[in-house]
Ligand binder design. Structure first.
Ligand code: FE2
Length: 609
């Protein structure tokens, strides 16, 4: 037994992105998403692998757990589905039939599942969905006192909540209820522009700068009724999510000039204009809501969580134009973060433990909360593959990799503990030279196997951020978009200004073109000593090139979860045109590796999103 030590296990599961998180005496010891272990993107099943990892990290067994917390009250969610169904019956029958068996069998039997699945005999506590999100926003934040804003697609009844956090607790003061949901509005456009709901939202955000906001007026006139305080009603005449399994209906299609784009069909100017329009509407709603909560709370700090908080363009605008002095965003802002939220809710609210805040420092440990692998484990794997590798000392490795990057090569960088949350932050990243004008296309098409328009993000030395971007604060989780510094931008010629849509991609925009989006913006990660190896690698790149910034994209291909183990990383390296791979202290060159053979087309194993 663990004696006086309190271990709390938080679990989120069965909606999307299952995860587990373990606290030891209130300290976040480990957290991971189930998808990384099962290799199924957004895996929503009970997170047995993530739980096993968390317990293993602490060296404890299920019997040592003081509490198990679940991020949602299963009955409330079921009630919403049922009431929605009754409200629109008989139109809603197909949705109900599809949703019901899973809910009834798994979601209502949570208790049994946790007890039997884990062999756990202690107390199980349930939080409400939006409270788990709000807890994940406030408790780990660097603020003693803060306004809280969470906005999402679906939770229980509450789709947006506002609250105020002080000391070791928070209270929620306002909510917007289902089915009026900012997340669902965005998802409707994600669906309509031909991307996958719940994962394609980033693509809509990435596509927006290519378009014009020409449908904005129509959205305000027909789709939503927005009030001064940021609350709104959605005109259900145009949406299909209450009664069907698609997001939008024929009336929606009539409004926006024809049927939705089929997935994988060619992107047209219409999709770009739609993306730009909905993005601007969402930004305006978030700004209004933030202004309201600022007024009501009197706080100058804001913390954010839930799906909409991952809209980093919106976050950037909130920071620039909104009323708050400081903003903190939970890096695992989606449902995975609910596992962390419920665990902290138990520690602070249920157990009444004090919350100690170190000003300016959150308690997420850079969100490097996942598994790590020893040199022995890495070498054992490499030997099993008859791979060719070199062991390098730290300084030598950093200088060598910096020189490889400066030479225009693409490097898979696998180092330390895996990130918790959707962004790769220098533990499981693919890196490149931001000065190269071809890098965006090369990385998109030959390495990630994804659409050429998708932008890449820069990781910049924290101490240099203002040299490259219009940003003077930390953005450790790559959740803020800022403009590339004016002096670095290259003005467009008259002819270039006439270009619209994808044609704009070929225009050189700055001296760091592969991380400069078509509207001169960039999704910035600032890198500090929280990740010393990654920081010093960028420093070495700066010594070699004069640039303290690299391209950083997640270590995976399209449709695949981010790599977790050395085996995942090596496989991804061998399947793509990546030039080099770093696994801990080991450097591998593609040209030295034995042939890589797989049966069939491996891309079929991934659900293209
Ligand atoms: Fe959620």
């Amino acid at each position: 037994m663990s004696g006086d030590t309190t271990y709390i296990l938080g679990i989120s599961a069965f909606y999307h992105d299952s995860a587990a998180c373990l606290l030891r005496d209130g300290e976040i010891l480990a957290a991971a998403q189930e998808e990384r272990f099962t290799r199924k993107k957004g895996d929503a099943s009970f997170p047995v692998n993530a739980i096993e990892f968390c317990l293993g990290r602490a060296g404890i067994s299920v019997a040592d757990l003081t509490y198990v917390g679940f991020y949602d009250k299963p009955l409330l969610k079921f009630e919403r589905i049922l009431e929605t169904y009754i409200g629109v019956a008989p139109r809603g029958f197909s949705t109900f039939v599809k949703a019901a068996p899973l809910w009834v069998k798994q979601k209502l039997h949570m208790e049994k599942l946790i007890r039997k699945g884990l062999g756990y005999k202690g107390e199980i506590l349930y939080a409400e969905h939006h409270e788990s999100h709000a807890a994940s926003a406030f408790f780990p934040s660097p603020f003693e006192e803060s306004a809280i804003l969470t906005m999402d697609g679906v939770g229980e009844w509450e789709t947006s909540t506002m609250g105020i956090g002080r000391g070791n607790d928070f209270e929620l003061i306002k909510e917007l209820r289902w089915p009026d949901s900012l997340g669902l509005l965005y998802s409707a456009f994600t669906y309509f522009t031909g991307f996958k709901v719940n994962s394609g939202e980033y693509k809509v955000m990435g596509l927006a700068p290519y378009g014009r906001p020409k449908y904005k007026k129509l959205i305000y006139e027909e789709l939503i009724d927005l009030r001064e305080d940021g609350s709104f009603r959605m005109n259900q005449k145009y949406f299909n999510y209450l009664s069907g399994l698609t997001m939008t209906n024929d009336a929606f299609a009539d409004l926006f000039g024809g049927p939705p784009r089929a997935p994988e069909a060619k992107l047209t100017q219409r999709e770009m204009d739609l993306a730009r329009s909905v993005q601007e509407v969402v930004e305006e709603i978030v700004l209004r809501t933030a202004t309201k909560i600022h007024e009501e709370s009197g706080c100058d700090n804001l913390c954010l969580a839930r799906g909409v908080a991952l809209n980093c363009v919106c976050n950037g605008r909130l920071l620039r134009e909104g009323p708050f002095k400081s903003i903190w965003i939970q890096p695992a802002a989606g449902d995975a973060g609910g596992a962390l939220g419920v665990a902290q809710l138990i520690w602070h609210r249920y157990m009444g433990n004090e919350r100690v805040v170190e000003p300016g420092r959150d308690s997420m440990m850079g969100t490097y909360l996942g598994p790590e692998f020893s040199s022995d484990e890495i070498v054992d794997y490499l030997k099993s593959q008859k791979a060719s590798y070199r062991l390098l000392g730290r300084e030598d490795l950093l200088e060598t990799v910096a020189a490889i990057l400066a030479d225009g090569k693409v490097v898979g960088w696998f180092n330390g503990r895996m990130e918790f949350g959707p962004r790769a932050l220098g533990s499981r990243s693919i890196l490149g030279d931001p000065r190269s004008p071809e890098m965006q296309r090369k990385m998109n098409l030959k390495i990630k196997f994804r659409e050429g328009f998708r932008p890449f993000a820069p990781s910049v030395l924290l101490e240099r951020v203002s040299d490259y971007f219009e940003l003077d604060c930390e953005s450790p989780y790559m959740l803020l978009v800022a403009r590339v510094k004016k002096e670095r931008c290259i003005a467009m010629t008259g002819a270039e200004q006439e270009l619209w849509g994808i044609e704009q991609l070929n225009v050189l925009r700055s001296d760091i073109p592969s991380v400069t989006h078509v509207d001169y913006s960039a999704r910035v990660q600032t890198v500090s000593s929280t990740n010393p190896d990654f920081h010093d690698l960028i420093k070495a790149f700066e010594d070699a090139t004069g640039y303290g910034v690299v391209v950083n994209t997640s270590f995976n291909v399209r449709g695949e979860p981010i790599v977790c183990t050395p085996a995942d990383a090596y496989r991804c390296f061998m399947r793509t045109d990546m030039d080099h791979l770093v696994l801990g202290s080991y450097l591998l060159a593609k040209s030295d590796q034995p042939d890589w053979q797989e049966e069939g087309d491996w891309r079929n194993e991934f659900q293209l999103d």
